[in-house]
Design a binder for this molecule. Structure first.
Ligand code: MN
Length: 227
């Protein structure tokens, strides 16, 4: 018999709109997937191959509060479509990619922009800027039966009721099936994996006391208070 030598950590989960829990295995995030955001970050918006980084599964947080993290004075919001997989595999063709999707949700890719910037300049990995505690606020996941596969629709984020970010899902450079197919060439995807599909233009800093409200047409709202 093989007992755990320490208590097994809890399985990270995201609540679903029907009151169940989606267990999370891995979190992949795509960078610069909206041309206008690539431009605001100083990059060429041409369709280059997508690139990905990761957050930790337990960075996802459905509590509705975001504690301002330590060691940063420039924490930014990034509103994103979240894609949750019910199955996976390797070398998934684009035409089969949507068959792997369980559902969709609204998420924030909170970023310590100052630390990410230092990492970029030094050629270091991004985790210190991206994969910190509670850096992935999430709303409830909606099953595909309810949401369909959204290819268009307004995506926006308001801070204290003021519009900060806006775009349309149809502006994503790499579409959801292409992201899944591409990722599956490099990683073995599996049930429980989630993908954050990139942010539209308008990223900016938040402060303690701010109220963020993210929304994606057809998927609902995500309200998060910065504490
Ligand atoms: Mn992002």
């Amino acid at each position: 018999m093989n007992d755990f030598v320490i208590p097994a950590p809890p399985v990270p989960t995201i609540p679903t709109t029907d009151g169940s829990l989606f267990p999370v295995r891995r979190v992949y995030c795509i960078g610069r997937n909206f041309a206008a955001h690539a431009v605001e970050m100083g990059h060429d918006p041409d369709r280059e191959l997508p690139f990905f980084f990761q957050k930790n599964p337990d960075n996802l947080d459905a509590s509705g509060t975001f504690p301002y993290p330590p060691h940063s004075r420039d924490v930014h919001h990034e509103v994103e479509l979240l894609v949750a997989l019910k199955s996976g595999g390797s070398e998934i063709p684009v035409e089969k990619a949507l068959d792997q999707v369980w559902g969709y949700g609204v998420a924030l890719d909170m970023t310590r922009r100052d630390l990410q910037g230092e990492a970029k300049r030094a050629g270091r990995p991004w985790e210190i800027g991206k994969a910190f505690e509670r850096s992935g606020p999430v709303g409830p996941l909606m099953p595909v039966a309810q949401s369909g596969h959204p290819e268009q629709g307004r995506i926006e984020l308001r801070v204290n009721d003021e519009l900060a970010q806006e775009g349309d899902l149809n502006q994503m450079i790499w579409k959801v099936p292409e992201m899944i197919s591409y990722l599956s060439e490099y990683f073995v995807l599996a049930a429980g994996d989630v993908i954050l599909a990139g942010t539209p233009a308008g990223v900016g800093p938040i402060r303690r006391g701010d109220r963020m409200r993210a929304s994606i047409e057809g998927l609902g709202d995500l309200a998060v208070s910065v504490v």
